[in-house]
Ligand binder design. Structure first.
Ligand code: CMC
Length: 428
């Protein structure tokens, strides 16, 4: 019995609904019995006020701009930890001790290779295929190669497939890039860290040794941390919904990748850098701000606004700082960074953005860094998918481990024709 109850009055009858309390964040009205009691559904198409599940992984306070993973603030994790540590934390609930981290890292490292036959898949794609198209296909195809870890009722299988997915994503993403530029695939090098290995597989060539720049490795590792998980966002909810039917984890993560691809979600980092390049110089910013405010113009400031954050996205703050670090380390600069800084400043002073509480999100600055490192824009969302795989598998595991888990099956408000009789062709 919940401590609090909500009362709903429908056609003069009063119904009590339990109110559930989390460890932080808003209480939720438990409407599971609403249909049985009242014959009515609730209506919330974009899930703007709907908690779709119970989760102990990530907490966001959008009004305050707070993001916690298992209680730890994202700023502290980005500053002090590594992506492998955050992956362990999200999967297991606690930060690893030194030996636990070593074992986990060793395990992930030993799963980085792809089944050799999977390499044939790449050759079936056009050279100009978007890396996300390749990722959707190849990750989904993993289920055909790793039958020994697809019994989702077995916790050990779930663990192995989670490790495989986390370990193989850098190899899959790097090979998508290599294929697009016509260079040979590089096998993983297990002597390198997770992130350094990915950099080498992406930018190295078999003809010479590749030196990983420590500042670039650190910056990319931090970008992975910033993207590791983000509560019940669209792609994570997609993974959960796909997984709720009992589908295997490789198929579920492929579904997540498909959802992430869209420009309103993971595709925004690619769109944001394209937008900054199109703006080109600070004097053109006011024109684009006016366009973003114009209701008759579909243009939006990409990398701006968020469904949950009504304050500065804490990840954007770390990203902005990381841009400077990468520029200093590589001794480069990019005029789009100045455009981004001035665009942010002008937008934040504008009443339209202030009233609607639109702030830079994680994607606003990430493209500037990734571009400085050498990634083409088409790879940006693939990098997001690589990092978010940790969150996806952690959320999927959390869902499957819940003894009360049921298939996700929303209802609808039907507005189509009511029942009518079939008319033969000559009578229509
Ligand atoms: N530029 C201009 N106006 C905007 C923007 C923007 N980027 N974002 C929202 N608005 C306006 C929107 O027109 C609407 O105005 P009105 O109330 O007058 O109709 C109001 O703000 C609320 O917008 P919404 O679309 O109803 O809000 P939402 O919560 O459904 O959308 C969003 C959130 C992220 C899809 C949206 O802000 C957006 O399209 N941003 C640009 C794309 C982007 O950067 N996406 C990355 C999100 S963070 C990373 C991730 O999740 O993957």
């Amino acid at each position: 019995m919940a401590d609090k109850q909500a009362k709903l009055t429908v056609a003069g009858s009063e119904h009590e609904l339990p109110v559930l309390q989390g460890s932080c964040g808003p209480d939720v009205v438990d409407i599971r019995k609403l249909y049985g009691k009242t014959g009515m559904f609730t209506y919330d198409p974009g899930y703007k006020a709907t908690a779709s599940c119970e989760s102990a992984l990530t907490y966001i306070d959008g009004e305050e701009g707070v993001l916690l993973h298992r209680g730890y603030p994202i700023g502290q994790l980005a500053e002090n930890s590594s992506f492998m540590e955050v992956a362990y934390l999200l999967l297991n609930g606690e930060l690893p001790k030194s030996d636990e981290l070593d074992t986990f890292t060793h395990t992930i490292t030993r799963h980085t290779m792809l089944h050799e036959q999977l390499i044939q898949f790449y050759r079936g794609f056009r050279r100009d295929a978007h890396p996300m198209a390749i990722m959707c296909g190849v990750v989904g195809a993993l289920s055909a190669f790793y039958h020994d870890s697809t019994d989702i009722s077995d916790p050990e299988h779930r663990k192995i497939s989670s490790h495989r997915l986390i370990a193989k994503m850098p190899t899959i993403a790097a090979m998508a890039f290599k294929y697009s530029v016509g260079q040979p695939f590089l096998y993983p090098d297990n002597s390198l860290s997770y992130t350094a290995n990915f950099l080498r597989m992406t930018f190295g060539v078999p003809a010479e040794s590749y030196e990983v720049h420590p500042a670039v490795e650190r910056a990319l590792d931090r970008i992975f941390i910033l993207h590791a998980d983000h509560e019940q966002n669209a792609s994570t909810s997609t993974v959960r919904l796909a997984g709720s039917s009992g589908a295997n984890p490789f198929a579920c993560i492929a579904a997540g990748i498909a959802c992430l691809w869209g420009p309103a979600h993971g595709g925004a980092n690619e769109a944001a850098l394209n937008m900054l390049r199109e703006i080109g110089t600070p004097d053109r910013i006011p024109h684009y701000i006016e366009r973003a405010k114009d209701k008759n113009d579909p243009f939006r400031l990409m990398g701006f606004g968020h469904r949950v954050y009504k304050n500065y996205d804490p990840r954007a703050a770390v990203m902005q700082k990381t841009v400077r670090e990468v520029f200093d380390a590589l001794n480069v600069t990019d005029p789009v960074f100045e455009v981004a800084l001035q665009l942010e400043e002008m937008a934040l002073q504008d009443d339209y953005f202030a009233e609607k509480k639109l702030f830079p999100n994680v994607d606003f600055y990430s493209g500037v860094i990734l571009s400085a490192i050498g990634f083409p824009t088409t790879m940006f969302t693939a990098l997001f998918a690589l990092a978010r795989t940790v969150g996806w598998v952690a959320q999927w595991n959390e869902m499957i481990s819940d003894p009360g888990q049921v298939i996700g099956r929303p209802r609808q408000l039907y507005v189509g024709p009511t029942e009518r009789d079939y008319l033969p062709l000559d009578k229509r």
